[in-house]
Every structure is written in C-alpha cells, then in structure tokens.
Design a protein around this ligand. Structure first.
Ligand SMILES: [Zn+2]
Length: 314
C-alpha cells in the first residue's frame, strides 16, 4: 500500500522526500518516506526538534538517505531537522517565531502558535501511521551532555515495556525513565499507546562523527529489532535511573559551573554559581539529589529558566 503524508507519497518498494507544510503558516518540515517492498511496522525517526543538536540531525539525515526500500519489511519515516527554522537561526532549544520549546508543546494545537502547530501537524499527519517513534536529540549549542536515552510510562504497561525494549537494543548505556515530562514527543506517543524512545548524543554545537554514528547505529538497531531490517543487533549493558531532575536558573547573568558531565554529585552540593556583570554572586545552585551529571550548561550567558545541570539518580 502507498504511504501518503501531506504531498509526499511513496508506493511499496520506493522512497520519496519533500516537505510537510504546517497549515496556516509558512513553515515546512523535511520528510523522507521509505516504503518497504515487504510488509511490516512503521518507524518514525525525528531529529532537530531542537535546532542545534547537530549529530542527531545528521544521523537522521543519513538514515533516511541510506535506507533502501528494497531491503525493508515495513516503512520508515524520517524528519530532520524538524525545526528547520531553529536550525537556520542557530537557535538553541526554542522555535524562533514564538520562543517556545517544541519538545514541550506535544500534542500541539491546530490553531496555536508556530511551535504548537508544528507539534500538531506531526501528531495529526505523521503519528497516525506509525508503530514506534525514536526522537533523536543531544546537547544543544550551549549544552555539554553524555549520551543517554529516556522513555516514559504509557497507560498500557505493555507499551511501556516495548519502549524500554527499544532502549535495550539502541546501543547507548544510560537510560532514564523521567517522571512525566509534559509536552514531549515521547510522552505524547506514550499517551497514545505508541512505543517511543528519546536518544541523546552530541553536544555544544559540534558535529562529530562518533556521536553521529552512535545515533545512526541506534536507528539501525531499532529497525532490526522491529523486523523492518534484517541484521545483527549490537547491544550494550544498560544502567537505568528512575529520576532525571534538572536545576534551572532563577537569575539572568553569568554562569560558572563547578561540575562536569559524568561527575557524581551529592545532594546539596554546590554545582555552580550565577554572578552579575560585576563579579558579585547572585546565587549558588545545589544538586537536588545525589546522582550522576548527564548535562551541564557550558555557556557563560544564562537566562531565567535555562537548564543549568541535569542529574540522573535511582
Ligand atoms: Zn533536544
């Protein structure tokens, strides 16, 4: 059966690419539809929901470009970079038109702001076709990050287990199961009963080959796990964490982190300070829990509500 999304249509055994329009806006999102010669499930891979996460964006582009429909049992849809507007603005975290974090807007709104409409378009036009969703991310332009993955609980425990199974085959060793992150791609998918995985690698606005390959191999592993592709799955042992708290800035100013990614911190430990432009300390920030530092803001410039560090703990 042909797969049609917006104006893009791919017959069985073929691949098509183009742009999916966001109704009522000038925004378009790149999309590749790979319709396999054989039957099977449909996998969605997205990247660039945040515009400066380059290894994830490149991994998804390569995945869509490399896939041969003749080799597929099932279908793969790739969207990267989803937020073409943020990508070309070199805008971290936010959609430039409305200043919203697209990964907090799902399932979106048909008549909302730009980011809300982008989320809605993906949910309304793409997600009804899919059986699994891998959303690739990384540290954005001001963010250091060690590779990790996340998944969310679904109302159906079997779906939660299927999401965890995607993580188990992906090939990254750290897995967090956050307490309900409202508005994310994976929480919207989980609510609909669709297994979904967040996979993060790469950092600080750099396109690097090891992190690109880590994410690209993960996409292949998931496609093999789902039976869409044949071939060996290479896995790594998982370290699982139940919680993933973030420390956010309460002040605008200059940020001086005192921890690095991969550090172990104790609850209450000072993880950094924000100073004003004259060297006066405005606030000390402490670790909310004992755990393992997954991400750190490494930009001197911080704004209120910016993530400063993220910790994983049991
Ligand atoms: Zn991201």
């Amino acid at each position: 059966m042909s797969l049609q999304i917006g104006e893009i249509s791919a017959a069985p055994g073929s691949k098509a690419s183009g742009f999916l329009s966001v109704p009522g806006t000038a925004i378009t999102m790149p999309i590749v539809v790979v319709n396999g010669a054989g039957d099977g499930p449909t996998l969605l891979v997205t990247a660039g929901i945040h515009g400066g996460e380059y290894p994830s964006i490149e991994a998804a582009i390569r995945f869509g470009a490399e896939l041969d429909p003749a080799q597929l049992n099932g279908r793969v849809i790739v969207m990267s970079p989803v937020s073409l507007n943020a990508f070309h603005a070199r805008q971290a975290f936010l959609v430039p038109e409305d200043g919203k974090n697209l990964n907090r807007q799902f399932p979106g709104k048909a008549l909302g702001t730009i980011a809300e409409r982008m989320a809605h378009t993906i949910m309304a036009e793409v997600v009804p076709h899919i059986h699994a969703w891998v959303d690739l991310h990384g540290g954005d332009i001001p963010e250091a990050l060690i590779p990790f993955m996340g998944y969310e609980a679904s109302p159906d425990p079997a779906v939660t287990e299927q999401s965890r199974a995607l993580a188990a085959v992906f090939g990254i060793d750290i897995l967090v199961k956050p307490d309900k992150l409202v508005g994310t791609s994976i929480s919207a998918a989980a609510a609909l009963g669709i297994p979904a995985l967040l996979a993060e690698a790469g950092q600080v606005g750099i396109l690097d080959e090891p992190n690109t390959l880590l994410l690209l191999h993960g996409c292949y592993n998931v496609a093999r796990h789902l039976g869409i592709l044949s071939g060996e799955i290479e896995t790594v042992p998982l370290h699982e964490y139940a919680h993933w708290p973030w420390v956010r800035a309460a002040h605008k100013g200059c940020w001086y982190p005192r921890v690095s990614i991969g550090d172990t911190v104790q609850a209450g430990q000072v993880v950094g300070v924000v100073k004003d432009y004259f060297g006066t300390v405005l606030a000390e920030y402490t670790a909310p829990a004992s755990g393992f530092v997954l991400l750190v803001c490494v930009a001197l410039s911080v704004n209120v509500n910016d993530p400063l560090i993220g910790i994983a703990h049991d």
